[in-house]
Design a protein around this ligand. Structure first.
Ligand SMILES: [Zn+2]
Length: 145
């Protein structure tokens, strides 16, 4: 079991020490600007990254998605920001989510995520570093990881 170790601890309160003009860890990220910069999907952009946070903005064109996988040591969740997205989970549970929905998947469950809508999908993925992925086929639809 890997222990969380934080070398960089501060004596606050202090003003923000890091003001990035590029991702990750900008004080404010404008999603529209990220989408403009990244262009046509598919793409993913790291938005926040530190010892405890791993937040990624992910865009998919219709009919595309992730490679099915599961995580041993953390639960993962997503905020759907655009489009219609389907999660196929171990055991036959399927979740369809749309803009402003939040989807939570506990550790251990394979998640096969696909944009099932007509247009671009956009989701903000919140994971925990180092976010080890265990790749596996989707038992529900047969997709090969
Ligand atoms: Zn995952």
């Amino acid at each position: 079991m890997q222990e969380l170790h934080i070398d960089d601890q501060v004596q606050g309160p202090i003003p923000p020490r890091v003001v990035n003009t590029i991702s990750p860890n900008k004080l404010r990220t404008r999603v529209a600007e990220v989408c403009e910069e990244m262009g046509e999907p598919n793409w993913s952009k790291l938005i926040i990254s530190d010892e405890r946070n791993l937040v990624t903005l992910i865009a998919n064109k219709p009919g595309t998605g992730n490679r099915p996988h599961w995580h041993r040591d953390f639960d993962e969740y997503w905020v759907v920001m655009e489009g219609t997205i389907q999660w196929e989970l171990t055991g036959g549970t399927t979740i369809v989510a749309e803009k402003d929905d939040i989807v939570f998947v506990p550790r251990g469950s394979v998640h096969h995520i696909q944009n099932i809508g007509e247009g671009r999908s956009l989701r903000l993925a919140i994971a925990l570093p180092p976010a080890e992925h265990v790749w596996t086929d989707c038992a529900e639809c047969g997709f090969k990881a």
